[in-house]
Every structure is written in structure tokens, then in C-alpha cells.
Design a protein around this ligand. Structure first.
Ligand code: NAD
Ligand code: LMR
Length: 338
């Protein structure tokens, strides 16, 4: 493809580049894995976000195609494409927020942990570059298995001497989005008005919806609780099976990722009371990482809320979740340490 930046300069459109370089009035966001099933709609939605002034799209394939396409949208963010490892550092310099949906997705019959062998290395490489080029950026990790890739990211940053637990966030927003949708469906509510805290992690039994804390307050039968818990925990598998080998959730994930990224940017801007569930370094349980409600601010995670009162069903779920999570966290930590 033509080098768009050169063509723009030839045509005397330096102002676009000035806007990209200056970009002082908004945030600079990079998407790593921007040409993928999640990356493309995520890039499109971030281009529509008025808080974004500069959008860097990085991938090992097709980054320029996606960039050319998205750059024609008449919204204010300037878009730049970066292809291949040799352009990774340029993609990251100066970024405020880095979103990582790079990596392989599941096929039917696989667990998220089956992706570890490929995705662990991808996340490690990307985080090494973040540590070098934009260590102060907020990092949103989508690549699975999230329960292990977040500990991997943390270990990489620790090794580089730049780990800030406030800035590394595993994206579990899709679990909340699904929970809100499924609860709204059975209660006959508008999903936009429902808020279900989902804690723990992002795989199977580690996904723990706290149905006793749903807002607006709902009372469920045990049958409803069993149905909802099972559907929320297996929402990802529902999509993997429906796609029958063509990948996992991409569109609902892009929606959830943008909802979360937008919250991070609003918090960076200084908005108050930005509270969402995320998988972060935490002392809420004895485990070093756990998903729960966090308050986001100018530095990332400003406050981590306790789980609140759990009923017996949820306490049993929590024990199961912690058991599995402990192994996934250890696996991620060992991967970087070994
Ligand atoms: P995809 O295969 O469609 O896209 C992945 C993209 O990553 C591809 O464009 C690929 O070229 C790119 N990529 C591979 N190696 C890379 C590298 N080293 N650097 C940069 N880019 C690289 O997959 P997808 O459907 O977009 O899913 C991506 C990941 O997100 C998977 O691991 C999936 O399991 C995960 N996921 C997480 C959630 C969540 O809730 N956190 C939800 C859905 C999917
Ligand atoms: C999801 O929850 O949809 C993702 O984690 C993808 C998957 O593999 O299920």
C-alpha cells in the first residue's frame, strides 16, 4: 500500500501529522493485535471515542489495511498503523493506554488455558516493549488466559523494574456485560439498568457472579441462580461453540473492551466515581490477583473494594474459584521467572 504518511506530507497535509504529534487535547491509545477479530471492531469503536486524539494500531499482519480503512472515518482521532515487531516500539512511545487483544482464540473443546503456550509468549514480548517505551501507560489485557496473562505482565514489569499494580488491568468486563444481559432477560429489565458484580477471574468456575448484590435488588429462585451462574460462567464457551471453529467472542468483546477503555480514559481525565470490575493485583483475598470492583482514577486503580457480604452459595463458589485461580496465577508467574 502507499505510505500514507508520505502521501499526506507530499500533499501538504502536515497539519494531520501535527495533530497526531501534538495530540494534547486527548489521550493516546495503542491497540496491540488490532487486525484481529476483536482488534478491528475495537479499533473502529476507539476511533469513535472523542477522548482519543491518537490511535496506534499494531499487529503482525494487516495493520496498514485496517489503519487505512479506519482512518477514513470522520472522527477526530488520528490513526497510525504499525506492522511487525520492528515497529512495535514506535507504536508504543508516548501512549497513555495500551489495549492488548493479541493472541490466538479458542476452538470448540478447548479451555482458555489451552491457549497458554502461544499467548503467554506473545503477552510477554508485548509487555517487555511496554516496559521499555511507555512504562507509565495503563495496560488493559484481553488476551487469554487472562488469569495467567495478567500475572505474566506483572512479572515482566517487575523484571524491568517498572511494575505499578495500579496500571495493569485484566479485562473481565465481558463477564459483567453478559451477566447484566442474562439477568435483565430473565427479570424483564432493561440491561442498561442492571449491574451485576462479577468477581474472581476470567475462566469457568473462576467467573463468580455475585447475584445477591445485583442492582436493582432482585430476588432469584435457586433454579434461576443455577441457570444464571452456569450461563455467565460458560458464556464464552457458548459463543465458541456457536462459531464452530471460527473463533470466540469478538464483537461483544470489542464492545466490552471499549466500555472498559472508555472508563479508564474518563478516570485518567479526572472523572470521579468510575467503578468497574477488573482482574488486578489485589489483597481482597489471599491470592495475589483477583477480579473485583475497583475505582479507577488518574493513576489507574485507586481503590479496590472488598467483596461485600456473600451468601453460602457464593462462598462455596469463591472457594472453588480461588483453588483454580491459584494454579493459573502460579503458572503465569513461573513462565516469566523460569
Ligand atoms: P484473532 O486471532 O482474531 O486476532 C488476534 C490478533 O492478534 C491477530 O490479528 C494476530 O495477527 C494478532 N497477533 C498474533 N500475534 C501477535 C503479536 N505477537 N503481536 C501483535 N499481534 C499479534 O483473535 P481474537 O478473536 O481477536 O482474540 C484475541 C484474544 O482475545 C484471544 O486470546 C482470545 O481468547 C481473547 N479474548 C479475551 C476475552 C476476554 O474477555 N478477556 C474475550 C474474547 C477473546
Ligand atoms: C470469552 O469469554 O468470550 C473469551 O474469554 C473467549 C473465550 O475463549 O471464551
Amino acid at each position: 500500500p502507499p505510505n500514507l504518511q508520505m502521501v499526506e506530507e507530499d500533499l501538504g497535509l502536515e497539519r494531520v501529522n501535527c495533530r497526531a504529534k501534538g495530540a494534547s487535547s486527548g489521550f493516546k491509545v495503542a491497540i496491540l493485535g488490532a487486525a484481529g477479530g476483536i482488534g478491528q471492531p475495537l479499533a473502529m469503536l476507539m476511533k469513535m471515542n472523542p477522548l482519543v486524539s491518537l490511535l496506534h494500531l499494531y499487529d503482525v499482519v494487516n495493520a496498514h489495511g485496517v489503519t487505512a480503512d479506519i482512518s477514513h472515518m470522520d472522527t477526530s482521532a488520528v490513526v497510525r498503523g504499525f506492522l511487525g515487531q520492528q515497529q512495535l516500539e514506535d507504536a508504543l512511545i508516548g501512549m497513555d493506554l495500551v489495549i492488548i487483544p493479541a493472541g490466538v482464540p479458542r476452538k470448540p473443546g478447548m479451555t482458555r488455558d489451552d491457549l497458554f503456550n502461544i499467548n503467554a509468549g506473545i503477552v510477554r514480548t508485548l509487555c517487555e516493549a511496554i516496559a521499555k517505551c511507555c512504562p507509565k501507560a495503563i495496560v488493559n489485557i484481553i488476551s487469554n488466559p487472562v488469569n495467567s496473562t495478567v500475572p505474566i505482565a506483572a512479572e515482566v514489569f517487575k523484571k524491568a523494574g517498572v511494575f505499578d499494580p495500579k496500571r495493569v488491568l485484566g479485562v473481565t468486563m465481558l463477564d459483567v456485560v453478559r451477566a447484566n444481559t442474562f439477568v435483565a432477560e430473565i427479570m424483564g429489565l432493561d440491561p442498561r439498568e442492571v449491574d451485576v458484580p462479577v468477581v474472581g477471574g476470567h475462566a469457568g468456575v473462576t467467573i463468580l457472579p455475585l447475584l445477591s448484590q445485583v442492582k436493582p435488588s432482585c430476588s432469584f429462585t435457586q433454579k434461576e441462580i443455577d441457570y444464571l451462574t452456569d450461563r455467565i460462567q460458560n458464556g464464552g464457551t457458548e459463543v465458541v461453540e456457536a462459531k464452530a471453529g471460527a473463533g470466540s467472542a469478538t464483537l461483544s468483546m470489542a464492545y466490552a473492551a471499549v466500555k472498559f477503555a472508555d472508563a479508564c480514559l474518563r478516570a485518567l481525565r479526572g472523572d470521579a466515581a468510575v467503578v468497574h470490575c477488573a482482574y488486578v493485583a489485589s489483597e481482597v483475598t489471599e491470592l495475589p490477583f483477583f477480579a473485583s470492583k475497583v475505582r479507577l482514577g488518574r493513576n489507574g486503580v485507586e481503590e479496590i473494594y472488598p467483596l461485600g457480604p456473600l451468601n453460602e452459595y457464593e462462598r462455596a463458589g469463591l472457594e472453588k474459584a480461588k483453588k483454580e485461580l491459584a494454579g493459573s496465577i502460579q503458572k503465569g508467574v513461573s513462565f516469566v521467572k523460569k
